[in-house]
Design a binder for this molecule. Structure first.
Ligand code: URA
Length: 437
C-alpha cells in the first residue's frame, strides 16, 4: 500500500478500505508519512466526504493511536459531556458537582481555550492553587472519593488527533464533518466514560453556523458512539449569544457560583437540560426523577458544596467558591447603547475576541492568560434598551481596552424590532432518532 494511491482514491470520490484508513492514520502518527501528503488527503476528504463506515474506521484508528483509559475500577456509571466549543460555556464547572451529587461519577478531561473560545481548564486554574494536572492515580482516587474531578487531557490521549488537528488548523481543513467527528469522538472514546452527552452548538459563536449542519454532525457522532457501545446522546444548542452573562475566566467561575446559589438564567436552563438528559442516559433515572434529583441538589446547596469539595481535593482554595467576591477583577468600564430599541443581534464570536484582546484568551498556545479580565453582559437577545443604558461591563487591566470596547460595541446590535425568541436547545438526538424542541 502507498499513500499516493490512497490520495488518488479519495480524489476520485472512492471509499477507502479499513486497511487504507489504518495505514494513513498510523503512518502519519508514527511520522513515516509526510505532512504535505496528509494535507492533500485531508483536503480530498473535506471536498469529497467520507461514508459513515469510513468515518467510524478513522475514529477507531485515531482512538487506538494512544492510551484508552479504563474506568471499570470505579465500579459505577461514569458520565462525560463534551461541548463543541462556544463563548461563556462554563457548564462543566456546575455539571461535574451536580452529577456527582446525583450518584454518577464524572471523571472529565477538558481542554484549554484557543482563539476566541474559552477552555474549562483555564477557568478552573483561575481558582488559586487548583491543580488540573493530577497524576492518574490521584485523579481516580479523587473521583472515587468526591464523585467528580476535572483535569487536562493527558499527553497520550489520541495522539493521532493532536497531529492531524494541528495540520488541519494550518491547511484550511477544520470544517469537515467527518474530520470533526473523528477528532472529537476519538478523544471522547479514549477517555473511558460509558455515558456521554454531546453539546453541539450552532450560531455566531460556534464551529457549525446552522442548526442543520449541527444536527448532521450530532447524528454522525451519536452513530459512532452507539456503534462503540456507549450510551450517547447529543443536544443541539444555541450559540447566537454567549451562554453565560459572564465571559472571562474568573468571571465565568463567578457566573457558575451564582447559578449554584439560585440564579435562574439561560446558563441555568442549559445546565439543567444537559444534566437531566445525562442522568436519563445513565439508566439510573427517568425524565421525572432526573429533574427532581437535579432540582434537589441545586436548590439545597449540595452542588455548590460539592464544587467546593472538588476544588479542595484538587488542592485549590475553596474559600473562593463560598466567597466569590475574593476573585481579583480588573478595572470596570461600561459599554452603553447609543440608540433606543431592542437587542436583535449579538455576535458571540466578537465577544470572545474582545475578551482575548483584554488578555483573557490565547492567540498562541504559549500565551499567558489574565484571569481577572472579561465582560459581564447586561442584555440578551430581545432585551429592550434606551440610549445610555449599559449593554455590558468590561473588566480590564489596560491591555487591549480600546479594541475590546470597539468589538463589544459592534457585537451588540440594537434595532427597532424584538427578534424571534431563541430557545436554548433546538433538538436532541440519540440512538432512537431526533426529537425536536
Ligand atoms: N473540537 C475538536 O476537538 N476537534 C475538532 O475537529 C473540532 C472541534
Amino acid at each position: 500500500m502507498n499513500i499516493l494511491s490512497v490520495i488518488e482514491k479519495k480524489k476520485k470520490k472512492q471509499e477507502l478500505s479499513t486497511e487504507e484508513i489504518n495505514f494513513f492514520v498510523n503512518g502519519y502518527t508514527e511520522g513515516v508519512i509526510a505532512d504535505y501528503q496528509i494535507s492533500a488527503l485531508l483536503m480530498a476528504i473535506l471536498l469529497n466526504g467520507m461514508s459513515d463506515r469510513e468515518t467510524y474506521d478513522m475514529t477507531m484508528a485515531m482512538l487506538h493511536s494512544g492510551d484508552v483509559v479504563d474506568m471499570s475500577a470505579l465500579g459505577g456509571v461514569v458520565c462525560d459531556k463534551h461541548s463543541t466549543g462556544g463563548i461563556g460555556d462554563s457548564t462543566t464547572l456546575a455539571l461535574a458537582p451536580i452529577l456527582a451529587c446525583c450518584g454518577v461519577y464524572v471523571a472529565k478531561m477538558s481542554g484549554r481555550g484557543l482563539g476566541f473560545t474559552g477552555g474549562t481548564i483555564d477557568k478552573l486554574e483561575s481558582i488559586p492553587d487548583f491543580d488540573t494536572a493530577l497524576s492518574e492515580e490521584e485523579f481516580f482516587r479523587t473521583v472515587k472519593k468526591v464523585g467528580c474531578a476535572v483535569i487536562g487531557q493527558t499527553a497520550n490521549l489520541a495522539p493521532a488527533d493532536k497531529k492531524l488537528y494541528a495540520l488541519r488548523d494550518v491547511t484550511g481543513t477544520v470544517d469537515s464533518i467527518p474530520l470533526i467527528c473523528g477528532s472529537i469522538m476519538s478523544k471522547k472514546l479514549a477517555s473511558g466514560s460509558d455515558t456521554i452527552l454531546l453539546d453541539v452548538k450552532y450560531g455566531s459563536g460556534a464551529f457549525m453556523p446552522t442548526k442543520e449542519s449541527a444536527l448532521e454532525l450530532a447524528r454522525k457522532m451519536v452513530d459512532i458512539g452507539t456503534r462503540a457501545g456507549k450510551n450517547i446522546g447529543a443536544l443541539i444548542t444555541d450559540m447566537e449569544q454567549p451562554l453565560s452573562d459572564h465571559v472571562g475566566n474568573s468571571l465565568e467561575v463567578i457566573g457558575i457560583i451564582e447559578v449554584l446559589c439560585g440564579k435562574r438564567n439561560r446558563l441555568y436552563g442549559e445546565i439543567k437540560e444537559v444534566a437531566v438528559r445525562l442522568l436519563q442516559l445513565s439508566g439510573k433515572y427517568d425524565a421525572h426523577s432526573a429533574e427532581e434529583a437535579f432540582c434537589d441538589v441545586v436548590e439545597s446547596g449540595k452542588a455548590l458544596h460539592k464544587l467546593a469539595e472538588m476544588v479542595t481535593a484538587q488542592h485549590g482554595d475553596a474559600s473562593y467558591i463560598l466567597h466569590p467576591e475574593k476573585f481579583p477583577l480588573g478595572k470596570k468600564v461600561e459599554v452603553v447603547s447609543d440608540a433606543d430599541g431592542f437587542v436583535d443581534k449579538i455576535r458571540a464570536d466578537d465577544i470572545g475576541r474582545a475578551v482575548t484582546c483584554l488578555g483573557g484568551g490565547r492567540m498562541k498556545k504559549e500565551d499567558k492568560i489574565d484571569f481577572s479580565v472579561g465582560a459581564v453582559m447586561n442584555v440578551e437577545l430581545g432585551s429592550k434598551v434606551k440610549r445610555g443604558d449599559v449593554l455590558c461591563t468590561v473588566y480590564h487591566n489596560g491591555k487591549g481596552l480600546d479594541e475590546a470596547v470597539n468589538l463589544l460595541k459592534n457585537a451588540i446590535h440594537v434595532g427597532d424590532k424584538s427578534p424571534a425568541p431563541h430557545k436554548i436547545a433546538f433538538a436532541y438526538v440519540d440512538k432512537n432518532g431526533v426529537e425536536l424542541y
